[in-house]
Design a protein around this ligand. Structure first.
Ligand code: PLP
Length: 404
């Protein structure tokens, strides 16, 4: 038997995807690859001040596994006061009053999604996702043995008419439709928003088919234009919507603090499969204080002004330099442009040329689970300086012309 270290890797490890972000051959000059919050928005002064305040005020409790007054529940759900603050914020901005029992903290929302998958999905269950989606979430579904079925997504979000047909098909095969995972607001990678009629239709399907609906809302607060639509959580009267949120995009990713919010009966499933002893007390206390001091909303206003300005620069540059080689909708929020590349372009050649010059972005196929032969690219401008956005897109435009 082969006993090399690699051969001893479990089947799960061996079946894992290749490194998602391989080192580029040339250094990134224009890095439009990852969807990251802009570093200039990180509230460093506030975080520094509050980190000290929390340590001075709470002493050793801030560095322990759990708050002695609250006890062991924090090993599973996380620091209670942060859950209370988040529940208050959800009540104020979306309506539902969930209470601390309706929130579980996680090491980033991606861990929250993993808990939801492990808490609800059995091997062989069917899970529906958008045909272009967040790959890390899909990997957890694969690992749980789910059969992941991709529903087309367009500029109105997930196509719920097709979803309805696909649910009927799965049920007629005798399959259990267990979960729908959707990113209705600023969907990644397409940046589309699910229209109100589709949101209503999806809630109607939820009432009729009794699955669990995971609403990924990590970009929901990053709106810089247009009017917000009601969240799925706010439209829910079944207790079956679990919404994920995160400080990664709205404050800073290194905090590694996200949450899942919903009916306590649903959150109980996530708690039941958790065994990592909770999240960082110190970070959770810092964020609870950040919310208590009313710092989040003014911070979001400043951050969204930065993204509005960068989106303007990106849109103008694409219009000027990529002209009729691409089609796209103007973003109303979040970090991305989703460009459909005209089929006159030899896209493989263009992507290779761009990479050689250090221009990086995410090709659409890395996000797609369906068979769509249109070519897309996701251009993340959020963490890049405005001058680099403009010059990088200008260069991309030249490459597209060369490859037409
Ligand atoms: C749609 C979506 N959901 C969830 C996440 C996870 O973020 P985090 O685990 O940092 O909260 C991301 C990060 O890119 C994302 O794009």
């Amino acid at each position: 038997m082969d006993k090399t270290i690699e051969a001893l890797h479990s089947q799960l490890a061996q079946d894992g995807p290749p490194l998602f972000f391989p080192d580029p051959e040339v250094p990134a000059v224009f890095n439009f690859d990852q969807g990251l919050a802009a570093p200039e928005t990180f509230p460093r002064e506030d975080l520094l001040r509050i980190a000290r305040l929390v340590l001075d005020r709470d002493g050793a409790d801030a560095l322990d596994y759990f708050d002695p007054d609250t006890g062991y529940e924090e090993l599973v759900f996380g620091y209670r006061r942060l859950r209370e603050r988040l529940s208050e914020r959800i009540a104020a901005t979306q309506g539902p009053v969930l209470g601390a029992e309706g929130i579980i903290l996680a090491s980033g929302s991606v861990q929250g999604i993993a808990l939801a998958v492990n808490g609800f999905v059995n091997r062989g269950d069917v899970v529906f996702v958008e045909g272009a989606s967040f790959p890390y979430a899909l990997r957890y579904m694969d690992m749980a043995g789910a059969e992941v079925r991709a529903v087309p997504v367009d500029d109105q979000g997930m196509d719920t008419a097709v979803l309805e047909r696909m649910i009927a098909e799965a049920e007629s095969e005798g399959r259990t439709v267990k979960m729908v995972y959707t990113i209705p607001t600023f969907q990644t990678p397409t940046n589309s928003e699910m229209s109100l009629p589709r949101r209503k239709h999806l809630m109607d399907l939820l009432r009729r088919h009794d699955f669990i609906l995971v609403e990924d809302n990590v970009y929901g607060d990053l709106r810089f234009a247009g009017e917000p639509l009601p969240t799925l959580l706010s439209m829910d009267d079944t207790g079956r919507v679990i919404q994920c949120g995160s400080f990664s995009k709205i404050v800073a990713p290194a905090l590694r603090m996200g949450w899942m919010a919903g009916d306590p009966r649903a959150i109980a499933a996530l708690a039941a499969v958790r065994q990592d002893l909770g999240v960082s007390q110190w970070t959770a206390r810092i964020l609870a204080e950040f919310l208590s001091q009313g710092l989040l909303d003014p911070h979001l206003e400043r951050a969204n002004a930065v993204y509005r300005s960068k989106a303007r620069v990106a849109v103008d540059a694409v219009r000027e330099h990529c002209g009729d080689f691409v089609r796209f909708s103007e973003p109303q929020g979040s970090f991305y442009l989703w460009l459909e590349i005209d089929d006159r372009i030899d896209w493989e050649r263009a992507a290779t040329l761009a990479a050689k010059e250090g221009i990086f972005f995410r090709p659409g196929e890395r996000f797609t689970t369906g068979n769509d032969d249109r070519q897309f690219l996701r251009l993340a401008y959020s963490h890049v300086g405005e001058d680099v956005i403009a010059s990088g897109i200008a260069r991309l435009g030249q490459i597209l012309k060369e490859c037409a």
